[in-house]
Ligand binder design. Structure first.
Ligand code: SF4
Length: 264
């Protein structure tokens, strides 16, 4: 919490910080808005947060990336801003790209760019000897999609119907040299580590899912039942989204299910 420019009229800027999902991007700004009236909250949005702060008329919630572009939009005009973007999207997005591409890193790209365009035009293509096999469109929670679905515009609302989301725009590119099931297991173990432990479906669900995924063959029916419980009954987004990579492997990489873990 810090005192700000007087232009903000003695308001304070609170930014959500903290370890774990419960104290993270959604809940911390919500707690800040609830605890301290008359504040400017910077952080990820969400229906719950918006509903909470709408009661406080002098509170503004905004995304950091949106605020970053305000100066350029003022200087260059709205027409310039809306002329950027692809596939009927407007503006820019920052993608953090890692994985099997030649030039990983943070890429400032048109909003709505597809994954194939991002890889080919902004990342120098795939590494030599690697064939594009799949991708994480939005960090650990955003699911895993096959390369055959790399022509979908990457933006909010375009991937949800496939069980994925672009989220933080943290993209990971996987190749034919990667074991997709091992990647999904790694992600589930990450969620197991990150679970704050407050609610049982997430605390126990991630642990059980990781154990089931580590031994083969996968019991698909049991893993799907476990995923449903985690999605429906976890308190926050971490537990609700933890099954996304697992469910994507089952849905989009059925051939992988017959292979032993650690082979591809
Ligand atoms: S879903 Fe529950 S246990 Fe998991 S991080 Fe959120 S509050 Fe904690």
């Amino acid at each position: 919490m810090a005192e700000c420019n007087p232009l903000l009229n003695r308001r304070q800027i609170l930014q959500g910080l903290g370890a774990g999902a419960l104290a993270g991007a959604f809940a911390a700004p919500l707690r800040a808005a609830t605890a301290a009236p008359d504040v400017l909250v910077i952080g990820a949005g969400g229906a719950g947060l918006r509903a909470a702060i709408e009661d406080r008329l002098r509170t503004l919630e905004q995304n950091v990336e949106t605020m970053f572009w305000i100066r350029d939009i003022i200087e260059k005009g709205a027409e310039w801003a809306t002329s950027q973007g692809r596939h009927e999207r407007k503006g820019f997005r920052s993608f953090s790209v890692s994985g099997r591409v030649k030039n990983p890193g943070v890429k400032l790209a048109p909003a709505g760019i597809t994954m194939r365009e991002l890889v080919d035009e902004f990342c120098g293509g795939m590494q030599d000897g690697h064939e594009f096999k799949g991708y994480l469109p939005g960090g650990p929670s955003g699911g895993i999609l096959p390369a055959s679905m790399a022509d979908i515009p990457l933006d909010f609302g375009t991937l949800e119907k496939y069980g994925c989301f672009v989220g933080s725009h943290a993209v990971v590119i996987l190749s034919d040299k990667d074991d997709i099931k091992a990647a999904a297991l790694n992600l589930m173990q990450f969620f197991e580590d990150e679970s704050c432990g407050q609610c049982t479906p997430c605390r126990v669900g991630t642990e059980k899912a990781a154990k089931l995924m580590a031994k083969g063959p996968w019991d698909v029916k049991l893993l799907e039942e476990l995923s449903t419980a985690m999605r429906d009954a976890s308190i926050c987004g971490l537990g609700q989204a933890a099954p996304n990579p697992l469910l994507c492997v089952i849905k989009y990489f059925p051939d992988e299910l017959t292979k032993p873990l650690g082979s591809w």
